[in-house]
Design a protein around this ligand. Sequence first.
Ligand code: GDP
Ligand code: MN
Length: 399
Amino acid sequence: MDIHEYQAKEILSGFGVEVPPGALAYSPEQAAYRAREIGGDRWIVKAQVHAGGRGKAGGVKMCEDDHAIQKACEDMFGQKLVTHQTGPEGKGIYRVYVEGAVPIEHEFYLGFVMDRSSQRVMIVASAEGGMEIEEISAEKPDSIVRSTVEPAVGLQEFQAREIAFALGVEAGLVSQMVRTLMGCYRAFSELDATMVEINPLVVTGDDRIIALDAKMTFDDNALFRHPQVAELRDKSQEDPRESRAADRGLSYVGLDGNIGCIVNGAGLAMATMDTIMLAGGQPANFLDIGGGATPERVAKAFRLVMSDKNVQAVLVNIFAGINRCDWVAEGVVQALKEVQVDVPVIVRLAGTNVEEGQKILAKSGLPIIRANTLMEAAERAVGAWRNDLSQATRMRAVT
Ligand code: GDP
Ligand code: MN
């Protein structure tokens, strides 16, 4: 789960990371009022969306008076901000964060990520801040300092000092850099984050180290341990298809093709999508119904997949271990009776109670296309979708 910059800054500041004075606003007038409360004579107005690259896309504006703040806000509120991280549809701006501007002397990049190959938290830092990490690694790869943390002891001060020295931090600022690194690490590990990124982390004209931007991502599977983090979720920033599924306890991933996939287990989802591609199709999404799915749950899954307008065929691929093929089949039949499904439906069942499952599908009298292997299912799905498509084109040509 992602959170907003202002929320990440509030969390990190609780762990000793210094951030600029700032306040949240939901309207242009409130933003101007907030700026007066903060004081000073220059402010930064920042669109709060779950994406980076806002600066280049017009989502970060420097303002010198009330009028400029209101104007910046009017240009932002209600708009979709499109950055290189949002995709072409962009993300809606419903909140802005106003901060007192900070004079920048130097910018650093600082990131904490889960490194799967070493199975440790990895700190990635560079004295070439201000650019995205992808640009830094393409243009200044030698500037990147990497350091992994031994999980049994956590980040140690000597290690944080070594990172500060490797970044060329001035002697007088090393202890502030160490405090920042230690704070980020503690926030990362205590709150089960999967990513903390501060870009830029700046040195100011008056020798302070301040996080000007902050991004945090959390492990969804650990959110139950951190209700104070879970409540920061902002559904307005999520793919509505994915949040509807999450609300129903299903996990859904939206894609760009036109074959909807209902599967159990993420590994099977990957294999199903690969096989669809191999057969010449493109998945529209995949929905993981998980283990022990009841007929009701399968029917819910069907409704969700069918609510995606791009879906022109549905492939149900279940390998039942804990699941039961008869329950899945009942769910498919129930869904097809309730939901108007005007696209081909292909079902491949294997595992527990497969014979009962096949019988239920056969007896239903519904136009379900059955397949025995995954390859067969993918080929039938792609074939049925193409067939449907050419029929639709023919019909359009006739009328
Ligand atoms: P991002 O583009 O989404 O990563 O948003 P950032 O929060 O990083 O803001 C973009 C850029 O605006 C930063 O890299 C800074 O160069 C600049 N910026 C943000 N806050 C301040 C500030 O307080 N003072 C100054 N001088 N520049 C700022
Ligand atoms: Mn940034």
